[in-house]
Design a protein around this ligand. Structure first.
Ligand code: SF4
Ligand code: SF4
Length: 333
């Protein structure tokens, strides 16, 4: 059985992009500097925004992201500031290059997870997606983190470019001694949305591929004793649809001050909140919050707007499945 992890009104998540700069150029990168900014936030600004969010959403789970967050020379100080502010958990999402000797500047107790991204179980599959040498660098970073006692997780973004290698991931996880595994699904955002060479629609996996490839691998990983999290994607007819924008408390913060409640809105100026002069303000309508209120038979409104080809219709014109909120996850323990 795979219990669906429901949104909880008592849990908040803060996804804090402290810069958008990165040493890699992954093919499916969702960072969009036009919409997210190009600046690196100062430590004072990071502290101030963390304080505001800690007041608004006490005990939130905090994830530091970029770009590549370890390119920020003061990430260690930002982590210590977040700890003092009482965030429930702190995670660093990294491509594994671990700049500025970050593992020597924090202790394993300072963070709950260091989360590494790999998109293949071998350099042959991973490197064409994430960049030459990135498999070697990332696995070396994982080994170093584990050797120093840091809890680690791995994120694998499934697309038609690496679906074939997903079944080789369970032995790799065991070999590396990873603690948690996250399967992501490729989205139509940022860089991935503008890849002219191979449109992202061709990179997305179908429902049949998802069910025949992804779910068995998730079960295999769970059988190895590793906790697995993956997106729900398709709802069964009897499953209720819920929009996280209405029922959950998520904040996606970007260096230009935009704060979104829905990741699918991040390519558009639809943010419902923004930091202006270090104050968090509500944006005027129309913004993402107005879209969250709409009820449509297809489920997620933003999915229908930006990737309608994901939806299959029956002869009577009704959708074959509702598309779940992209934030709805299932977990196997
Ligand atoms: S996906 Fe992450 S590692 Fe890859 S280019 Fe984007 S920010 Fe960098
Ligand atoms: S992905 Fe869809 S369902 Fe989820 S918060 Fe955004 S609009 Fe709502």
């Amino acid at each position: 059985m795979s219990p669906t992890v429901r949104f909880s009104k008592n849990a908040a998540n803060v996804f804090f992009h402290i810069l958008t700069q990165c040493n890699l150029k992954c093919r499916h990168c969702y960072i969009n500097p036009e919409q997210h900014g190009r600046q690196t936030l100062s430590l004072d600004t990071i502290r101030s925004w963390l304080e505001t969010l800690a007041r608004r959403a006490p005990m939130a789970d905090l994830i530091f992201l970029g770009g590549e967050p370890t390119l920020h020379p003061e990430l260690a100080e930002a982590i210590h500031a977040a700890r003092r502010l009482g965030y429930r958990s702190i995670t660093i999402d990294t491509n594994g290059y671990l700049f500025h000797d970050i593992l020597d500047r924090i202790t394993p107790e300072a963070v709950n997870f260091i989360s590494f991204s790999l998109d293949g179980a071998s350099p042959a599959t991973n490197d064409p997606i994430r960049g030459k040498g990135s498999f070697k660098a990332c696995t070396a970073g994982i080994r170093k983190a584990i050797q120093k006692g840091f809890p680690t997780s791995l994120i694998y973004t499934v697309s038609s470019l690496n679906l074939h290698e997903l079944s080789s991931v369970p032995p790799l996880l065991g070999q590396l001694k990873i603690n948690r595994f996250f399967i992501q699904v490729i989205g139509l955002r940022g860089q991935s949305a503008t890849c002219a060479e191979r449109p992202v629609e061709n990179l997305q996996v179908t429902r049949d591929q998802w069910q025949s490839h992804v779910l068995p691998v998730a079960r295999q990983v769970a059988d190895q004793g590793i906790r697995v999290t993956y997106p729900k994607v398709f709802l069964e007819p009897d499953e209720p649809f819920e929009c996280a924008g209405r029922v959950a408390d998520n904040y996606f913060i970007f260096p230009n001050g935009r704060v979104y409640r829905c990741p699918l809105c991040e390519d558009f100026p639809l943010h419902s909140l923004a930091f202006e002069n270090d104050r968090l303000i509500d944006m005027d309508p129309i913004n993402e919050a107005d879209l969250f209120k709409l009820d449509i038979p297809e489920g997620c409104v933003m999915n229908k707007l930006i990737q309608p080809h994901n939806i299959t219709y029956l002869p009577d014109g009704s959708p074959a499945n509702k598309i779940a909120c992209c934030l709805l996850k299932e977990e196997l323990v």
